[in-house]
Design a protein. Structure first.
Length: 119
């Protein structure tokens, strides 16, 4: 029956949203610095932890003026569960990290997080 399967699908989808198990990927990756963090000094590391190996294809660090700051990555663009890169010494300001990647299951993923360095 078409109607029944439709409702079954709706219920399955609702449950999946409630439990968060629909997607193999967590919606919020753990990051370093944490999203919204206010730091007193330039962070030694920019890092993201993934729930499955991720080939990070792009990482960018920009400040409040939109200026890009190059980070030094060590992953050789290989799939990693924990990506980390070293930023240069950053002055006081607001920063945004944007990344794109390809998950082990072939899904393209992306994310952003922000932090601030204050006096
Ligand atoms: Cu996936």
């Amino acid at each position: 029956m078409k109607t029944a399967s439709y409702f079954t699908a709706i219920i399955a989808l609702s449950l999946a949203f409630l439990t968060g198990s629909a997607d193999a990927h967590s919606k919020k990756e753990a990051t370093e610095p944490a999203d919204g963090a206010v730091l007193e000094t330039s962070p030694p590391t920019i890092a993201m932890r993934f729930d499955m190996p991720m080939r990070v294809t792009l990482i960018s660090l920009t400040d409040q003026d939109g200026a890009a700051h190059d980070v030094t990555r060590t992953d050789n663009i290989q799939p990693v569960s924990e990506f980390s890169a070293a930023p240069p010494a950053l002055p006081v300001g607001q920063y945004k990290v944007e990344w794109r990647g390809l998950a082990d299951d072939g899904h393209p993923m992306q994310g952003t997080f922000s932090f601030e360095i204050a006096n």
